[in-house]
Design a protein around this ligand. Sequence first.
Ligand SMILES: [Zn+2]
Ligand SMILES: [Zn+2]
Length: 519
Amino acid sequence: MISNKGLLYVEPSQAASPTPVIDDVTQKMCAAFRKARRSDGGWAGVHECMCGAHSTCWDYHLPNGDLTNSLCVHYVAHHRSEVPAKQLARINAFRFGEDKPNEQELQGPELVLAGIRASVEEYLGSDRLGTWVAWGLDVEALCRSLRGGCLAKMAGFTEARQDADALFSILCSIEEKALPRLRESVQHARGDVRSWGAEALCVPGWNREAWAMPLADLMRFADGDPIHRRVVAMSFQLLGTHAGAAITALFDLAKWARDLQYDVGLALRDIKSTPGLFVPPAAVPGLFELVQDSSYPELQISAALVLARAGLNTEHAVRALIRMALEGKEFEYAAAVLCGTRNQTEGYVGEPGIEGWGNVASPILLAALQASDWQTRLRAIKLLGRLGRDAGETLTALEKAGEDPKLRSHVEEALLRIRSPGSADKTIEKKKSSEKAKAQVVVPPIDRNKPRHSQFFRFICPFCLHSEVVGLWYTSKTCSNCQKSIRIVKQPGRTECELIDSVSATPSPPERKPGPTYY
Ligand SMILES: [Zn+2]
Ligand SMILES: [Zn+2]
């Protein structure tokens, strides 16, 4: 009988036992596994046990039909206390003989460690690794920390493992050619590379601050591979809040080294979205100076954001972002940085938002509701909606702005977001899909016997009833009153629509205006 029951899909939470349990159960499991048939379809990846042992990407059918995975022997031998008793009883009832497992089947902690050591050596190469060791890296400690730490239910890695992974990434980002440069800059700042290494290379708990300046200096290393420099730039995110220690050096690079703009931008991007950023007191006056300096508009906003992330000043950042959003050039970006996108999955994700932005923003947005350009008013309305309940005092002004037919539906949306932020998204989505169905007018097809561009019809907007004469050849039309985009659907036999012939130039065809830009 085929049971097809899953066996030993367990997720141990403890380290593996140093010595394996080799008894009847383990040997029965081993014999059955050796007689198993590999499943046809594989998984997309392998499974990593808490202890660092890896499965293959296949399932295995045991001779009795049970389904298991390639870590089955490992689990009963090295995680015996975490295997449920019922599963041990099932294995005990196997009648496929008994075999002694080999090292590969057992995947004991020593074998796993040896595998990690080999891959560390392979990634870094013996020369580079030798230099790191000479500067104080304890390779054994690094490998032990890189082993395991995979949490159950895909919850990621333990902190200790993340800590080791981050250091290893940094070590890999620095090419061998750049090591003398790194030594120089460390010696310049610290005098001695070993004393730096005692902090910067100590596993676990390496000092992130010790890396900030040397990494910033490596960005300047011109003889290296540009790819490595880019990876170095991306390493700043691994320093967390301590990346702020490099802020002055990075801004200087951004100002003076034009060819590094892109890479410096990568480093700054992560730093700019790190709340609780640590900024050395000596860097603060320079940041305030940069915020005021309009000769570097991009750096102005970066500096303002760094001040905000360091909790020193949020007003500059909010003002700059609101200005940017209202101008419409980067509305989505500015709105994401202001409001935060932690629960968004698309767009500018991962932005923490600026707490309390509404206090600074409300009066500016209220003033923008009076702007002569309707698109500026539209952007202000959208941002007010993002304020949620904090926009309470702006309701009257918003309602007034909604008297403009172009802005009415946007004001309705904003009011929904302000009054019932919890359910607004759903309501708006529903409204949009019903609007989409409504956003069409049906007209008869073009008469092939008449010149194409002499055929017009009276367009009546299904939303605002605005009417104008429009060419029958159009497939869509943006209502010039409410700005909604309406499909023009051609169907034979539709007579209710008023057709207008014009051999001469009676009604001028509507201008082909670009649709509104909804930033
Ligand atoms: Zn394990
Ligand atoms: Zn309309």
